[in-house]
Every structure is written in C-alpha cells, then in structure tokens.
Design a protein around this ligand. Structure first.
Ligand code: ADP
Length: 548
C-alpha cells in the first residue's frame, strides 16, 4: 500500500522560492573584484535568477545543456547556480585555478554551450577560447557594462555582458516542476590522478544533501546566522552552502577573491559573520594575521568548519583557546556532493578529559543521516570499528556518485553498490571516522601501513615548522619508508634532529621517518592540497640513491 502524502519532486528552485518567500530580507553580501561590497537579498536573488533564465533561453540554452562558470563566490555566480538548473540545464562550475589545458579539456568534455566568467579570469578565457570554440558559442563576462573587457575571441564566439543580459530580460518565468532525478550541476575532480572526471549531481541529490548538512550536528545553519563560505563555489558546490543557506534562510557573505588573512578578518567582523567554512590553509593564513595584529579579535564568529584536508591540531587549539572560536571538522569529496561526515560529540564523549577531547576533534567525524560507510582490507573484508584497524573507506548514500560523467550508471561502484573513496581510515566504536591517508599516500613498510597524515600532524606541532609532507620513499629492505619534508616558519632554523625529537613518545618507533628534508616551499594543487605526486616523483628514490 502506498502512503497518502503529497508528492512534490525535490527541485532546486523550490529552496530559492522558499528563501524569497519566507526569508526575503535575509542578505547576500558579495565582495566584488574591485574590493567593493554589493548587497542584496534572497528576494532579489530569486527575482534576478528568473531574469537570468530568460536570458539563458535567449542565448539558446535548453534543458540538458551545460552552462560553464569560471568564477569565485559572489551573487552573480549564485544566480547561475539557480537559473541553469531552474530551466532543466546544468550548472557546470569549472576550477579557474587549473592549468588552461585542463580547463579547455574540461569545458570540451562537458560540452558547455555558454561560458560565464569573471573579469579576473580574462587571461584564462583568452587562452582557452580557441580550444573551446567548437562547443562554447557565447562567453558572458560577469560584470557591469562599464567594466566590460575587450577580449579577442575566435570568429563565431559572442562576448556578452552579464548585467546587460539581466537588464534586458523579462521577470515572467515560472519555476517549473520536473523529474527530480534530472541533472542539475556538474563538477570535475581536480585530477590529482589522471584526467579530471565529472560528477553529475541531480536536483534530488542536491536537495537531500542540503537537508543532510543542515542538521544540528552538522553545519546547523539558522535564519539568524550569517555564513561566509570561503570554500569556492567552483569546486564541490561550496560544500552545499549556497543551497543549504536558501533552505534555512541564512544570510550569505561571499568573499570573492579576497581570501588573505587581513581581508578575511575585516569581512568576518564588518559583516558580523557567525559561521564560516573552508580549507585549513585559509585558517592558517587568518590565524597568522590575527596573531601578528595586537588586540585582533573575531567579534561574531562562533564556529569555523574546516575540511578538504586534515586539520592540523594547532589550528583547532589556537582558534579555541586564543579566539574562542570552535573549529569543526568535516570530510567529503566531489563524488559525495561533497559532505559525508561531520565531527560533533555523542553522549559517550561527555566525560572525556582534555587530551581525549583534543584527539576527538581531530577526527573527521561521523556520517550524516543519508550516508553509510565502512572500512575494508585488501580482500574487501569489513574491518572492526575499534579506532585502530585502518582500511579502505567506502561509502554509499543518496548523494554519492554512481558513475562519472559520460560513463554507464553504476560504473563507479563495486558489486555491492559501495563507492571506494580512495581514502584510508579508522572508525572507532562511536562511529567516528578518522582519515589516516589517501590510499595512494599510505606508506607500506614491510607489509604494515604507516599513516602519512599522523606523521605530518606531529611535525607541524613543532613550533618552527610551517608545513610538512610525508611521502613513501622506496627502501631496499622495507619496500617503503616515510620521508619527511618540512618548510620552516619564516626566519626559523630547524635541524633534522630537532624535528625528529618531536616524535618521541608519540608514535611506534618503526613509524619514525627515515629522513628529514628541509625545503623552502612545498608544491600545492589548484585546490590548495599538497601535491604529493610531485614530491614522490622528486624524492621517492632518495633512500635508494643515498642510503645514509
Ligand atoms: P580532488 O582533490 O581529487 O578534487 P576533492 O576536492 O573532492 O578531491 O577532495 C576529496 C578528498 O579530500 C578526500 O577524498 C580526502 O582525501 C580529502 N579530504 C577531504 N576532507 C578531509 C578532511 N577533513 N581531512 C582529511 N582529508 C580530507
């Protein structure tokens, strides 16, 4: 027997309509390319998104077409987030920090019909234009007529101004309802291994994810909150915040390209931000600025969500103790929309002492309702949740990808329907997951696994070390051994001996890195993660070539 409840397809436009109708006055504040502030409301965003639908239709965009974006976080990008799926098309966010060859590949692979770009990416647009001329017929610069650049584009590719488009469009669009499984957005993984692959979200997966991240033990956004997503809208949907904020009526503060410590500090305080979210590198920059500025405080920020890579313990401790801000750890990936787990305590954690609490906050957290996870060994057998055994982390759920763009449905899953994350993790008896590595980064020493992240976290607790990377170096006897590469804090001198001393009593003896290299800087990917494949290419034979 079927239930007798109303059935409404889960539509992305529905959360925008909700925000406009019930939280119409909530603000959307954007810092623009010139550094000025643009300010409007969710009601304005909904109205302008309707105009943008009409403008897209006038450009020939139809249901199923891909609409590319090269943009940071701002209100025009938000309008594309809603207008493209609102007409059944797909908002394809492209990471502008990738190499132009990769951007060209991604735009062609997706077959984008229109490309929206901010003026800070003029050079990228010009560089890729000849390569994408076969698919992109219109480039829309996300700016006002006064700031329109004159770009040299191939014949047949139109250059249009965003604000002109909106100004000339009708407001009469009525958001339609259609199959909730219709594709809504497309995002390519960074391609740290091989060519980037596209993850194709649906209206249904996006809305369920937005509900999932909104629960009180996750992002917990409220109508009285003012949230600043530092995490970019061009990658992993800004962790779902553009949708969850509309659903909860939260005000959105968009930082544009101004992510350095001083700019962040000013925007957080000026705009009375209560919650913010981003990768640890950004928080490190903010912390350094705060510490270097006598009397600096965060006036209104209560919580910082950190994710994307492991959060150094120092950050959680420093923000908590020195600035009274709670750092919360989340984990996810492009293929999981992206949030899979969030770290908030359970009743079992009530009696933890300070050391126990500290260790707890470093974990990546427990699953959001809607996601399940397990860890398995090389034979695919499930491992115990004892917080010690570590194995390959697999997930499944309504907002987990089943295949990459262009591939057959289900082709990214194992026979039982689980998705292998490529991460290695432990899960403790309370269901708290802790990433110990990416599977390709784990160090396999004499058949036993050593966690590179654990070793890196300890290294950066050294007062003179700014950043650390541990990679597997080939070893004649043990196959692989840990090699530690560190960047000292500006002006500090470190010796390998002083670095190794910090591991005393913290790890099993056989985990101790075999060698310490001190370098000026480490390579990073376009999303700010350590580029370990570059380090491996450079150093993986070091212990064979120079055994002592
Ligand atoms: P890519 O860098 O391949 O585009 P994503 O940006 O989707 O991938 O990043 C996903 C990966 O980032 C995860 O598989 C995991 O390795 C890492 N990651 C994400 N959040 C965390 C976290 N809180 N702690 C440690 N690693 C994390």
């Amino acid at each position: 027997m079927l239930g007798l409840m109303q059935s409404q397809p889960l539509m992305i436009s529905a959360v925008l309509k909700h925000a406009a109708r019930h939280h119409g006055a909530a603000e959307i504040v954007s810092k623009n390319v010139e550094g000025d502030i643009d300010r409007y409301t969710w009601a304005d965003a909904e109205r302008r998104s309707r105009r943008l639908v009409r403008a897209l239709q006038a450009l020939g965009v139809e249901a199923g077409d891909r609409v590319g974006t090269l943009a940071m976080n701002g209100y025009r990008h938000l309008e594309i987030y809603y207008a493209a799926p609102g007409l059944g098309a797909i908002c394809h966010t492209v990471n502008p920090r990738l190499h132009p060859d990769d951007i060209g590949y991604i735009v062609n692979h997706a077959g984008d019909k229109v490309l929206f770009a901010e003026t800070s990416f003029n050079a990228v647009v010009t560089a890729i234009a000849p390569a994408i001329a076969g698919t992109v017929k219109t480039v829309v610069m996300m700016t006002s007529p006064a700031l329109m650049p004159a770009l040299d584009l191939p014949a047949g590719m139109r250059l249009v101004c965003y604000d002109d488009l909106i100004a000339g469009a009708d407001e009469d669009y009525v958001w339609p309802e259609f199959d909730e499984n219709t594709a809504s957005a497309l995002c390519y993984t960074s391609g740290t291994t091989g060519r980037p692959k596209g993850v194709l979200y649906s209206h249904r997966s996006t809305i369920l994810h937005a509900y999932g991240v909104s629960v009180a033990d996750a992002l917990a956004l409220r109508a009285v909150d003012r949230v600043l997503p530092v995490v970019p809208m061009f990658h992993v949907n800004a962790w779902g915040i553009p949708y969850a904020a509309a659903m909860t009526g939260t005000s959105l503060i968009m930082p544009g390209r101004h992510l350095d410590g001083p700019s962040m500090h000013k925007l957080l305080n000026d705009e009375r931000v209560t919650m913010t979210a981003g990768v640890p590198t950004v928080w490190m920059g903010l912390l350094q600025h705060l510490r270097a500025t006598p009397g600096a405080k965060l006036d209104t920020v209560q919580r910082i969500m950190t994710g994307g890579s492991a959060c150094p313990p120092l950050l959680i401790e420093a923000f908590g103790r020195e600035y009274g801000v709670r750092m919360e750890h989340g984990w996810g990936m492009t293929e999981i929309s992206p949030v899979g787990t969030y770290n908030r305590p359970k009743p079992a954690h009530a009696g933890l002492d300070e050391a126990g609490l500290e260790h707890l906050t470093l974990k990546q957290g427990r699953v959001l309702p809607g996601i399940d996870m397990k860890i398995v060994n090389d034979a695919g057998e499930e491992l115990p949740w004892d917080g010690v055994a570590f194995g390959d982390l697999k997930v499944r759920g309504s907002w987990v990808a089943s295949a990459y763009y262009g591939d057959a449905p289900g082709s990214a899953l194992d026979a039982d329907g689980w998705f292998a994350t490529g991460d290695v993790a432990t899960i403790d008896p309370n269901g708290m997951m802790e990433i110990t590595d990416r599977s390709k980064d784990v160090i396999k020493s004499g058949g036993e696994w050593i966690s590179s992240i654990t070793l890196e976290n300890i290294a950066v607790s050294h007062p003179d070390i700014a950043e650390a990377a541990v990679i597997a170096a080939r070893h004649a006897k043990w196959d692989e051994r840990p090699l530690l590469i560190v960047v000292p804090v500006k002006g500090a001198m470190v010796t390998p001996e002083s670095v190794l001393a910090i591991y005393e009593g913290k790890i099993a003896k056989w985990w101790l890195p075999d060698r310490v290299l001190v370098v000026d800087e480490l390579p990073h990917t376009a999303t700010g993660k350590l580029q370990k494949n570059t380090l491996r290419a450079r150093y993986q034979n070091l212990l064979l070539e120079q055994p002592s």
